[in-house]
Write a new protein. Structure first.
Lengths: 427, 269
């Protein structure tokens, strides 16, 4: 049996291919069934917006192309030839490594993003409900989850803000500490400011004030965010109550200049004010940053912080990779132990059966024996079979332990030789 | 008799000082009215003492530093009450109550009292004085260090060099709270130290204490500190300005400390 994985992701396939291949959640059970019908012992389908992957435990002689066919079966407009160039394949150890890396978010578009682990767990639950998870996938996936956990706790891979909205929240925390009961003003009720405001709300900000040139859109957004709408012409009058300003209006010129901000900060007795200008062209005069106690960040500043954090994450990823290496080696060792165990057990059982059979056949010829003689006979026969078994068993063990990384987990040759030599039946 | 009224006035002004110190920690003006009443009664007694002194000496009591200090304190108190009756601005009290109290206290030291009741009281008094000075200095150092951190953090935020995930400095708001609390605590202890120090020097050396430069410098440091506290709570000074003030007050304190070198001789007897 072998572990095989096939998939496409954001690196190998453009979005128009990914969106065609992606599974809707309700189609996954059918695809799993299809794979089981085609002979896969175990199967898992992971489908997110950046990747579609199929993992399966297959009989050794099954072609891995079967996985791709499974992805494509019953879907319109997709051919094996059309998709194949984008597909990557992994088998055995490499498949394990890949699953570990995916679970730990090392393979993600944004390295360290936390969603992928949840998505993988969901895929696992779905496949398990379908009865598609058996010994191998269960061991590998459970291990993958704890590897992801280990990497999260031992490296700082998930700690920094790599999106613009989140960078804004982190900066706000650098100024205000907790964002509890901080008051936010949104100038320009667009999608961007809505997203930024949601980040701040989630971080604890409570009061949202919204102002927009067209009243209607301000009203709509205020319903979404449960904010208060204030008139566009006079929002500067209330600037002194505001801790955080998010500007994203489509106004052609500056809607906020340094004089206004200066006055507001004086009125709020020098309490700091954080201004986020995500509009292009900019809404807030750049000189506002020179006003004492005002901190102005535009979209590029935030992007730079996000990029810098991303870079730091990628450095952290190297540390994580070595954890993955370590874990793959460990799991391999465990799987190999599990692999050779049945052979050893059935070899011992086979020899014991021979011994019992022969003893039973010849025992009557020996007449009555004292209990000492009985015991000696037991010991004699048992020693013979143990001595015979010792060679092959220790050879199998040695072979399993000495295997290097990258070789097959199910090394096959020696084990099948032993099985043939001793006529072991499949257990 | 005039000195009795003057001491009574100083005691009532002391209520004003207490109010100012309490205000630093709980920004409520609930205690303002009782403090104001005590202060006003103090002002009246102060006037009584001045009139009596005038009657005793036959001229306006402007003979020496003590008397001018006392009169000046009275005038400040009077003007404050006048201004308050028109404008109802209570925040000035936080600054002026302590000032009036100290100037009156200085005025009240014109007439020496008999010496310490026992050496134990004297030593205990000195211990209280020195301990509060040291606690005050420690708090002041903490607020100066926090101010410098505030400046660094502010600079990083302004220059956008910050990467929030790897920044070891605490948020501005946290630093601001540390500065406020340590500065206020320091002020309370420096004030206790100043009151005990002035009274100690007065009992110890009679009327000559005012000529001692180290006491003069101590009073100056205290006044500087008071100004800083007042600017912070009334005008909301923070950041660069308060950092400079904190460092300056700290430097003054270090000089004051240096002038007090050789304290050992005081413990004798």
């Amino acid at each position: 049996m072998k572990l095989a994985l096939a998939g496409i992701n954001h690196r190998t396939a453009p979005v128009d291919v990914r969106e065609k291949v992606a599974f809707r959640a309700e189609h996954v059970p059918a695809a799993l069934l299809h794979m089981q019908a085609r002979g896969a012992k175990e199967a898992l389908i992971l489908s997110t917006c950046n990747r579609v992957e199929v993992t399966a435990a297959l009989a050794d002689d099954m072609p891995t192309d079967m996985l791709v066919e499974a992805i494509l079966s019953g879907r319109d407009g997709l051919t094996l030839e059309g998709v194949r160039p984008y597909v990557y394949f992994f088998e055995q150890t490499e498949a394990i490594r890949h699953l570990f890396r995916v679970a730990s978010s090392l393979d993600s578009m944004i390295v360290g993003e936390p969603q992928i682990l949840g998505q993988l767990k969901q895929a696992y639950a779905q496949a398990r409900d379908q009865g598609a998870i058996g010994g191998i996938l269960d061991t590998v996936l459970t291990r993958a989850f704890s590897v992801a956990k280990r990497i999260r706790s031992e490296t700082e891979i998930g700690e920094s803000a790599v999106s613009v909205g989140y960078a804004a929240v982190e900066l706000a925390r650098e100024i205000f500490g907790s964002l509890n009961r901080k008051r936010v003003l949104i100038i320009g009720a667009g999608k961007m400011s809505e997203a930024a405001a949601r980040h701040l709300l989630r971080a604890g900000a409570t009061d949202i004030l919204i102002t927009n040139r067209t009243q209607q859109r301000a009203d709509d957004l205020s319903q979404l965010l449960q904010g208060e709408v204030i008139p566009y012409d006079s929002f500067a009058d209330r600037l002194s109550e505001i801790d955080i300003v998010i500007a994203s209006s489509s106004a052609p010129g500056y809607v906020l200049v340094s004089d206004t901000v200066h006055r507001a900060i004086e009125a709020r007795r020098n309490q700091p004010m954080f201004l986020i200008d995500i509009a292009v062209p900019r809404n807030i005069e750049p000189d506002v940053n020179k006003v004492e106690h005002a901190f102005l960040y535009d979209i590029d500043d935030l992007q730079r912080i996000a990029d810098r954090n991303l870079q730091a994450r990628e450095e952290m990823a190297e540390q994580a990779e070595s954890i993955v290496d370590d874990e793959v080696t460990r799991l391999q060792a465990r799987l190999r132990q599990r692999d050779i165990a049945p052979t050893i057990v059935s070899l011992q059982a086979q020899l014991e059966a021979v011994r019992a059979e022969v003893l039973e056949r010849y025992r009557p010829h020996l007449g009555t024996l004292t209990s000492d003689q009985e015991e000696a006979l037991e010991a004699l026969t048992r020693t013979i079979i143990n001595k015979i078994a010792h060679g092959p068993i220790s050879e199998i063990r040695r072979h399993a332990a000495s295997q290097k990384r990258g070789e097959n987990i199910h090394e096959g040759e020696l084990i099948s030789a032993v099985r043939r030599m001793f006529r072991l039946r499949d257990s | 008799m005039s000195v009795f009224w003057l001491r009574a006035a100083a005691a009532l002004y002391f209520c004003g000082l207490l109010y100012a110190l309490i205000y630093l920690f709980r920004k409520s003006t609930r205690l303002f009215t009782p403090a104001l009443i005590a202060f006003a009664v103090g002002t009246v007694l102060h006037l009584v003492s001045l009139v009596e002194l005038r009657a005793e000496t036959g001229h306006l009591p402007l003979n020496n530093f003590y008397e001018t200090s006392s009169i000046c304190a009275f005038l400040i108190a009077f003007l404050f009450l006048l201004a308050y009756s028109y404008y109802h601005i209570s925040i000035f009290g936080v600054c002026l109550f302590p000032v009036v109290f100290f100037m009156t206290l200085i005025g009240a030291t014109e007439f020496p009292v008999s010496s310490w009741s026992s050496p134990e009281v004297r030593n205990a008094w000195l211990t209280v004085h020195i301990t509060s000075v040291l606690i005050g200095y420690a708090a002041l150092i903490l607020s100066a260090v926090a101010s410098v951190y505030y400046l660094l953090q502010e600079r990083q935020l302004k220059r956008k060099h910050l990467s929030p995930s790897s920044n070891p400095l605490p948020p501005l708001a946290t630093l601001d709270r540390v500065i406020t609390h340590s500065m206020n605590t320091g002020f309370v202890f420096i004030t206790i130290a100043t009151v005990t120090g002035v009274i100690w020097a007065f009992i110890e050396t009679g009327t000559h204490w005012i000529l001692d430069p180290k006491i003069g410098f101590f009073l100056f440091t205290w006044a500087f500190y008071l100004a800083m506290i007042f600017l912070r709570i009334s005008a909301g000074w923070r950041g660069r300005r308060i950092a400079w003030l904190a460092v300056s007050v700290l430097s003054c304190s270090i000089i004051t400390w240096a002038t007090h070198a050789g304290l050992r001789s005081l413990w004798q007897r």
